[in-house]
Design a protein around this ligand. Structure first.
Ligand SMILES: [Zn+2]
Ligand SMILES: [Zn+2]
Length: 379
């Protein structure tokens, strides 16, 4: 009798009674963030043999990352974190396919999340967490969050039902974020990149907890998941750990579950194409809703430069609200909905700054459908 390489490689973990290597090998996971947590998350996913892992991060490796990131080496500085991490993890376990995506997670668009069984985050900012949370929630995907600061850390699981990440935020948290968001269009230099104190051991422990829960979900043993709607909190000084349940907020804006999805763009070149098709096949659309604000920037009133553009707020280039010629403030307009006679309806998608595959909601008098809109330019 001969054993395949995969069988012997995974022998010890397969002795865990509920383990299912086949399901892990068939799983697709998106890891958001390729920093200290992302390195440890991807390392664990590759070691246990999760078949397909995509890791997304727009940042490049800095010298100070080397002390916390197991896959980064001297000489990697300046290279994209996601690319280096994916390559190294691919070598760690050739039975896994790990891809690096160098972009913001928002650039993927919510429709892309349907390609994955699970999303695991190693993020350092609330904006990206909010985006992941809302997109996973409406598409019925579970996501796992982790955070570290100093010797403290937390890990938590947000399934499509029950309390979500947004439920855990206070009004003051939202106020701080909306201030940062409105600044983002104007002064990128003001956005201080998060330089919180962290170290390798805390990252390793928190990522370990995140992936432990991920494995249970991926092999279909939801009954074993301990952190659904709950947080595992580690105080690294005292080594005290606790589990606390979150309370669901009935008024939470993120609790929007989408039933009718149309993931085929049918070759549409503008929103009006989609509206026409829906009119013939589904019903008469009356309004469009965007889950991410759409920003229209006008031409520069001060110097007359042609600066007009349109796009989703989360993927607009930083500083898009300021004239590149005279540095004057540009007129901007933000909208979350359109009527069918809006001039934007006929603007070709290629002229939009838009995520790769993002749903747009069409509303008729009595129903709604979410149609994928293909990516425009990258800004
Ligand atoms: Zn919520
Ligand atoms: Zn100008």
């Amino acid at each position: 009798m001969t054993l395949s390489l995969a069988e012997t490689r995974y022998d010890r973990q397969e002795r865990i009674t509920w383990w299912d290597q086949g399901r892990l090998a068939a799983s697709r996971v998106l890891v958001v963030g390729a920093g200290a947590l992302g390195n440890e998350i991807v390392k664990n996913l590759a070691l246990v043999g999760v078949g397909h892992v995509d890791v997304i991060d727009m940042d490049r490796i800095e010298h100070s990352n080397l002390a916390r990131c197991v896959f980064f080496r001297d000489g990697d500085e300046g290279q994209a974190k996601a690319t280096v991490l994916a390559r190294a993890a691919d070598e760690l376990n050739p039975l896994c396919s790990v891809r690096g995506l160098v972009m913001k997670v928002q650039q993927l668009g919510d429709a892309t999340l349907l390609d994955y069984d699970l999303v695991i985050a190693g993020l350092d900012n609330r904006e990206a967490r909010l985006w992941v949370n809302a997109a996973c929630r409406r598409l019925g995907r579970t996501w796992i969050d982790g955070a570290i600061e100093g010797l403290q850390g937390l890990a938590r699981v947000f399934p499509p039902e029950g309390p979500c990440y947004e439920c855990t935020l206070s009004a003051a948290d939202f106020h701080a974020m909306s201030h940062r968001r409105s600044c983002a269009l104007l002064s990128p230099e003001d956005i201080v990149s998060g330089k919180t104190p962290t170290n390798a051991t805390t990252a390793s422990m928190i990522a370990g907890v995140e992936v432990q829960e991920a494995i249970k979900i991926l092999v279909g043993r939801e009954d074993l998941v301990a952190l659904n709607g709950r947080v595992w909190r580690l105080e690294g000084d005292s080594m005290m750990a606790s589990v606390i349940g979150y309370v669901e907020d009935d008024q939470c804006m993120a609790h929007d579950w989408w039933e009718e999805l149309d993931t085929d763009d049918h070759g549409a070149t503008c929103l009006d194409d989609i509206a026409q098709r829906l009119h013939d096949t589904w019903g008469r659309p009356e309004r469009i809703l965007f889950s991410d604000d759409v920003i229209r920037v006008g031409d520069c009133p001060a110097c007359g430069a042609e600066t007009a553009l349109v796009g989703a707020r989360s993927v607009l280039p930083e500083g898009a609200g300021r004239c590149s010629e005279c540095h004057g403030e540009l007129p901007t307009e933000s909208t979350t909905s359109l009527t069918m006679d809006d001039p934007l309806m006929t603007v070709p998608f290629q002229d939009w700054i838009w995520p790769d595959r993002q749903f747009v909601t069409f509303l008729s008098q009595d129903s709604e459908i979410h149609v994928v809109v293909p990516g425009g330019s990258d800004g």
